[in-house]
Design a protein around this ligand. Structure first.
Ligand SMILES: [Zn+2]
Ligand SMILES: [Zn+2]
Length: 419
């Protein structure tokens, strides 16, 4: 599937949005049986002769044949038992193994394995290849790594891999719950695209139609395949991976996560941070994100049923916000003071732009349509499905917009008075 490489090349010019869309990704290979060609692909992309293979026991087992394919390379290994949450310890461990040597990193897995590899390779300036084993989240092409440090999960600037490989035979054998989670992560892009456009409208934040289309087309295409997601269908598994990859590339083109994440990702992040603090292991990213997406599609859909609104200045009880965030309160303060993301948003502008905001919401599929597709794809649908107490979930929704310096339609909830 060299289609994605063609897409990347087509962006390699000055864009009317004003951003120069570049990415360090040189090669993307998605196909059946590619596990036997990993060495060949690395060689073709001028990887050094020494390779550190990073995996966990599950992902290595799933990738049978990968070690044999590396004949001719001098391979060392860092194999974790199971890595559900990537911490700074792993980053430093990997850094030690690649420091001061001419070595490339081959990260075998999805999500938590790739994140420390991305950051360690960036810090030590090494080439990185990601061999994806499950189509479960959209971070493959990402330039940043979510890492837990001192109990707090934050995103560190890292690097996109030079090479991304996926064997559709392995993707299709991934557990169904991973494929469904990947689907849930994709549907969330509709909310991300609404939030991005609303912010562009109200704050003139840079918005790129071309990148937004790349994301939207990828989700639209996947929505049509919803009923095949949990089937043993190699083509669909490859397509989910490809879609996740496209949105990841969109993010790397914008150097931010606007094209692929909106208020639903922030809510899910709040849930994860608060639960991590209590020592609770997070759900699959796409499961939480998918449920948050449906909740927000429902809310945005309700907003769009109002043809007129009143708008007022934001009035937040900050003490209540900081109480909710507890150990994170200091970080939340920094995000909101002295400047606030809604300072620049005049209520009158929201009122005057309401027609356009409604149009933006209606340009994406409805809650009902997305829910149906997600049911077909075996996704988690309700807060019960993701085992969240409803009162806790509602609080996370309510306070989530203060976590980031980023305008979303959800952030405007206190400014919009429905008629
Ligand atoms: Zn995501
Ligand atoms: Zn652009």
């Amino acid at each position: 599937m060299s289609e994605i490489l063609d897409i990347i090349k087509s962006f390699n010019c000055e864009c009317s949005c004003g951003v120069k869309h570049t990415t360090s990704i040189k090669d993307i290979q998605i196909g059946s049986g590619l596990v036997n060609k990993v060495g060949e692909i690395l060689k073709n992309n001028s990887f050094p002769n020494e390779i550190l293979l990073v995996a966990d026991k599950n992902t290595l087992k799933a990738s049978e044949g990968i070690i044999e394919s590396l004949g001719g390379f001098n391979v060392s290994f860092k194999i974790y038992d199971e890595l559900r949450v990537a911490t700074m310890n792993e980053v430093e461990e990997i850094e030690l193994l690649i420091k001061d040597r001419d070595i490339g990193v081959l990260s075998v897995g999805t999500g938590s394995i790739n994140d420390p590899c991305r950051l360690a390779s960036a810090r030590q300036d090494k080439m990185l290849c990601i061999f994806g084993t499950a189509p479960s989240m959209d971070g493959f092409a990402s330039y940043s790594s979510p890492i837990v440090c001192d109990g707090f999960k934050s995103s560190y600037p890292a690097k996109s891999p030079e090479v991304i490989i996926a064997d559709t035979k392995i993707l299709v054998s991934a557990p169904n719950e991973l494929k469904s989670a990947g689907f849930g992560d994709m549907v969330s892009k509709y909310i991300g695209l609404i939030d991005w456009q609303v912010s562009h409208l109200l704050t003139s934040e840079i918005y790129c139609e071309k990148v937004a289309k790349l994301t939207k087309d990828a989700v639209d295409e996947l929505m049509e395949m919803a009923d095949k997601v949990t089937e043993n269908d190699e083509y669909t598994a490859g397509k989910i991976f490809e879609s996740l990859l496209k949105t990841g590339i969109g993010m790397s083109f914008m150097q931010n996560s606007r094209p692929a994440s909106g208020c639903e990702h922030i809510i899910s992040h709040v849930i994860e941070c608060l639960e991590l603090e209590k020592g609770k292991l997070p759900n699959l990213h796409g499961d939480d994100v998918g449920v948050c997406t449906l909740e927000m599609l429902k809310y945005y859909g309700e907003l769009a049923r109002h043809s007129e609104i009143e708008a007022v200045k934001e009035n937040v009880n900050w003490n209540e916000v900081y109480d909710f965030y507890g150990f994170m309160a200091d970080d939340i303060k920094k995000v909101n003071h002295p400047e606030n993301i809604v300072d620049a948003v005049e209520p009158q502008k929201i009122k005057d732009s309401w027609d356009n905001i409604v149009k933006i919401i209606k340009s994406m599929p409805s809650y009902e349509k997305c829910k149906l597709a997600m049911e077909k794809a075996g996704c988690k649908i309700t807060t019960d499905d993701i085992k969240k107490d409803r009162a806790f979930f509602n609080k996370c929704v309510k306070y989530s917009p203060y976590m980031r310096k980023r305008l979303t339609l959800l952030r405007l909830k206190d400014m919009i008075i429905l008629k």
